[in-house]
Design a protein around this ligand. Structure first.
Ligand code: MN
Length: 137
């Protein structure tokens, strides 16, 4: 097989579940992630996030912490208590770099933490680090 043929093989796209209630943030971030080659599924509240995490089998979850129905802290705790969801990395997103929020996110079971406004290169670095062998196409 030629080198060019090898380079043309497409890797499977990593699927990211974005749990975010703010429509503007949600649209902007999902568009930018899709442009990078990620498949994005969206939940608009914490309960929908927990449900979709189980049915859509994402490779990684971006979890806003301030959410209706159940908040991101509780959604994360629920997911991390499920054997089949434990291994799915969760990155917490919070609006304020409040002191203690990072510790609180890690305590709830989040694998990493980032603050809004989102700086995409920084967030992509964290996503790629957690996805390891599953890059975008
Ligand atoms: Mn929110």
């Amino acid at each position: 097989m030629s080198r060019q043929a090898v380079l043309r093989i497409q890797l499977p796209m990593a699927k990211i579940l974005l749990v975010e209630d703010n429509e503007m943030n949600r649209d902007m971030l999902s568009r930018r992630l899709e442009r990078r080659g990620y498949e994005v599924v969206i939940a608009v509240d914490g309960q929908q996030g927990v449900d979709l995490a189980q049915s859509a089998a994402p490779d990684l979850i971006l979890m806003d912490m301030s959410l209706p129905v159940i908040d991101g802290w509780e959604a994360t705790r629920q997911l991390k208590s499920m054997d089949r969801m434990k291994a799915v990395p969760i990155i917490a997103l919070t609006a304020h770099a409040m002191s203690g929020d990072r510790e609180k996110a890690l305590e709830a079971g989040c694998n990493d933490y980032d603050t809004k406004p989102i700086e995409l290169p920084r967030l992509l670095g964290k996503i790629e680090a957690l996805l390891g062998s599953k890059p975008p196409a």
